[in-house]
Write a protein that binds this ligand. Structure first.
Ligand code: ADE
Ligand code: ZN
Length: 346
C-alpha cells in the first residue's frame, strides 16, 4: 500500500513539474543587474578573474539578496552595487545577458525586455556604447527571444550621461533583436519624475518608445507626469490608487501598468499587501502586466509571482491569460513577434 502511495506521489509530482514547465511567461520589466543569481555571479567572477569578496555560498547569497531590515526603495537600490561590479567588462556584460536569458528561459519565460543603464557599466573603462554593444552580443548568444531597454538614471549630476544614453537608444533603436526603448530608473522620491520632461520630450521627437518607473516610491503625481510625457507604459504605477483621478487617467490612456508584486512588497511600495491594488486595477479595466523587476535580489520567478496572485487574490487562469495578452500588447516589439507569442501562449 505504502509503495502504491509513493508511486502515485512521484507521478503526481512529475505532473506538477511538467505543468509548471509548460507555463509560458513574458517579463517586460526585469533589470539585468537585479537578475544575477549566486550561480551566475560565480560564473561571471570566474570568467573575469574576479575574486569574490565572500568565502562561501551562504555569504554570496546574502550579498545578492535584499537584507531583512530594508525599509524602502532607497535601501533596495543599495543591493545593486555588488552585481554591478561583475558587469564592468564587455565579456562580463555579454555573458550576463546570455546567462540571465538562459536562466529565465528555463523557468518558462519566452519573451523578455532586459532593462539596464549603460552609464552604470563604465567603472572599468567601458563607454556606454561599449556597454550597448556587449549586451547586444549577449542577446545573440542566447536562444531566448529578448530585447533591451536602456535606462536613464535619476540623479543630480548625470544629465550628460542620460543624454548620451538617449542618443545611443536613437542610434541602436530597432523593432526587435536589440534596443527597443528607454526607461527611467533609480531613486524616484529623491529625484522626481517631473524633472525629466525635457529628455522625454526628445525621446518622443526621436520616436523612441519608453516606459518610466513611477508611482512606486513616489506618489500618483509621478504617474501623472509620466503619462503627460507620453510614456507608452508605466513601470509599477502601484500607488495610483492614492489619487482616483490618476486611476481614471491611466484607464482612459490605455497605458499598461507593469506591476511587480514581490518587488512592491519588498520596497514597501504599499503599506499593506493584503490591500495590494492589482485586482482593483484589473477589474477597472486597466491593462496590468505581471513582472519580476529584480528576480535574484527578490528571490522570485514569474511562476512564483503568478502563484502568489493565485493564492492571495484568487487570480484565475482566464485572468492570467488576459494579463499575458496585456504584456503582448505592451511589448516594444513587432506585430510578427506578438503573433508568435499569442500562438505560443494561447
Ligand atoms: N532599478 C532596479 N529596480 C528598480 C526599481 N524597483 N525601481 C527603480 N529603479 C530600479
Ligand atoms: Zn524596475
Amino acid at each position: 500500500m505504502k509503495k502504491i502511495f509513493a508511486v502515485a506521489l512521484i507521478i503526481f509530482s512529475a505532473l506538477v513539474v511538467e505543468a509548471q514547465c509548460q507555463e509560458k511567461y513574458i517579463d517586460l520589466h526585469l533589470h539585468l543587474d537585479g537578475a544575477i543569481t549566486p550561480g551566475i555571479a560565480k560564473e561571471l567572477a570566474a570568467l573575469q578573474n574576479i575574486t569574490l569578496p565572500v568565502s562561501n555560498d551562504q555569504e554570496l547569497e546574502k550579498l545578492l539578496t535584499l537584507p531583512e531590515d530594508s525599509q524602502n526603495l532607497n535601501d533596495f537600490l543599495k543591493c545593486f552595487e555588488f552585481p554591478l561590479s561583475l558587469l564592468q567588462t564587455p565579456e562580463g556584460l555579454r555573458a550576463a545577458v546570455r546567462l540571465v536569458a538562459n536562466e529565465i528561459q528555463s523557468q518558462g519565460v519566452i519573451y523578455a525586455e532586459f532593462h539596464y543603464a549603460p552609464q552604470l557599466h563604465t567603472q572599468k573603462g567601458m563607454t556606454q556604447e561599449d556597454a550597448v554593444k556587449a549586451a547586444l552580443e549577449g542577446l545573440k548568444d542566447s536562444k531566448l527571444k529578448a530585447n533591451l531597454i536602456l535606462c536613464l538614471m535619476r540623479g543630480s549630476d548625470n544629465d550628460a550621461e542620460n543624454y548620451q544614453t538617449l542618443e545611443l537608444a536613437r542610434k541602436y533603436l530597432v523593432k526587435d533583436g536589440g534596443v527597443v526603448g528607454l526607461d527611467l530608473a533609480g531613486a524616484e522620491s529623491l529625484y522626481p519624475t517631473q524633472n525629466y520632461e525635457a529628455i522625454f520630450t526628445k525621446a518622443r521627437e526621436y520616436k523612441i518608445p519608453f516606459t518610466i518607473h513611477a508611482g512606486e516610491d513616489d506618489g500618483p503625481e509621478s504617474i501623472r507626469a509620466a503619462l503627460s510625457f507620453g510614456a507608452n507604459r508605466i513601470a509599477h504605477g502601484v500607488r495610483a490608487y492614492e489619487d482616483p483621478e490618476v486611476v481614471e487617467l491611466i484607464k482612459n490612456s490605455g497605458v499598461s501598468l507593469g506591476l511587480c508584486p514581490t518587488s512592491n512588497r519588498m520596497t514597501n511600495a504599499v503599506p499593506d499587501m493584503l490591500k495590494y491594488p492589482l485586482m482593483d486595477y484589473f477589474y477597472k479595466g486597466i491593462k496590468v502586466t505581471i513582472n519580476t523587476d529584480d528576480p535574484a535580489i527578490e528571490g522570485t520567478t514569474l511562476h512564483e509571482e503568478f502563484e502568489y496572485l493565485k493564492h492571495e487574490f484568487g487570480l484565475k487562469d482566464s485572468q492570467k491569460f488576459i494579463m499575458l495578452e496585456n504584456s503582448i500588447e505592451a511589448a516594444f516589439t513587432t506585430d510578427e513577434v506578438k503573433e508568435w507569442l499569442r500562438r505560443e501562449i494561447f
